[in-house]
Design a protein around this ligand. Structure first.
Ligand SMILES: [Mg+2]
Length: 361
């Protein structure tokens, strides 16, 4: 028994270099909502992020609904607390913003468990430490071609064995020009992923992909909206390039549909958007059982642990919103690969001094 004594939250708004994609439009800031859960004299740290919208609502759900719900309860039974939070927010939740709020607490509870047991997260997950290949990922749809190529050169200079490019320009020829130029620059040895950020109908996504398949693609990410599971299943059947989804799936139930309908080849976990480490783990269990590949979305530091629990982890995403300058110990990439941290818990700590100027609530 570790009785939850206090839950502390904060809300920050971090400026980003302006970027964007086909589904979410222009992005110029990131919101960070931090949670500290204190129990048994130990303090577990968790967080959620947004792409600049909705973060105040996530913070409000934490302050007004989840923190009072958890006060005085046993922090050690994480799965039961996840279920309790899910049930409490069911009417307004079943995913969406509620998943982000649940995630922030769930991450703190896993961190707390690691601190209590003096074990790093991957050990708590029953996994062994693995080296995982990392790919460079831009949020680069608005970048002119020379900027896109400069970014790609940066990824190559860091020794990353894969790069991802956003697609979804109004004129399909613009996507072709950009993808062709990146493929030419990186050569045949570096993997190339494409991300459409749900820009198209399934039919249009199919036609767009046909024009790009010749560039030997590693995966085709979020070709259409997450609600269209049948459309994704059709793309899996009709295209040779593997379909990747996960960042917009906000519950284990949503992953279940994709796995049951064979609507994805690569499951991309994100312990914030999926609804917590608990939820991402369930998604990985499904991927493992179905023989699917696993990768991650953003959440570089947590995902390095989680992907150790995947039977077939192909890549970790090194995301454009790198939090490095706000972390006590930024993730290290060595020869294009990452490893989970060895300190107890998640190993992820925000540098309070670096975050402080951006605190709003
Ligand atoms: Mg994506």
């Amino acid at each position: 028994m570790m009785k939850i004594e206090a839950i502390e939250t904060a809300y920050y708004r971090l400026p980003l270099e302006p970027m964007g994609d086909a589904g979410h439009g222009a992005i110029d800031s990131e919101e960070i909502i931090t949670v500290k859960v204190r129990a048994g004299g130990v303090e577990g740290h968790g967080y959620a992020y947004t792409i600049g919208r909705g973060g105040r609502a996530v913070h409000a759900l934490l302050e007004h609904d989840l923190a009072p719900l958890l006060a005085g309860r046993d922090a050690t039974d994480i799965e039961a607390l996840w279920q309790l939070m899910w049930q409490r927010l069911l009417y307004v939740g079943r995913g969406g913003l509620a998943a982000f709020a649940i995630a922030a607490i769930d991450i703190a509870l896993w961190d707390l468990r690691g601190l209590r047991d003096k074990k790093p997260l991957y050990v708590l997950l029953g996994a062994r430490a693995k080296e995982i290949r990392a790919y460079g990922s831009g949020v680069d749809l608005p970048k002119p071609l020379d900027g896109l190529l400069k970014q790609t050169e940066g990824f190559l200079a860091r020794g990353l064995p894969g790069v991802k490019v956003k697609i979804g320009k109004a004129d399909p020829r613009d996507d072709e020009t950009r993808v062709a130029a990146v493929r030419k620059l990186i050569g045949d040895e570096v993997d190339l992923m494409l991300d459409a950020n749900m820009a198209w109908s399934a039919q249009e996504a199919l036609e767009r992909a046909r024009r790009l398949e010749e560039f030997n693609l590693y995966w085709y990410e979020e070709p259409t909206i997450p609600e269209d599971v049948a459309g994704h299943a059709r793309l899996v059947r009709e295209l040779s390039v593997p379909i990747a989804v996960g960042e917009s799936l906000h519950s284990p139930h949503e992953f279940q549909r994709y796995v049951d309908e064979r609507a994805a080849a690569v499951v991309q976990i994100d312990p914030v958007t999926n609804g917590g480490i608990t939820a991402s783990l369930r998604a990985l269990d499904m991927a493992n059982a179905a023989g699917l590949k696993a990768s991650s979305h953003y959440t570089d530091e947590l995902s390095a642990h989680l992907l150790c629990a995947a039977a077939n982890a192909v890549y970790l995403e090194k995301h454009a919103f790198a939090l490095d300058r706000y972390l006590e110990e930024p993730q290290r990439v060595v020869k294009g690969r990452v490893r989970p941290t060895e300190t107890p818990g998640t190993g992820m700590r925000f540098a309070e001094g670096a975050l402080a100027p951006y605190r709003i609530l």
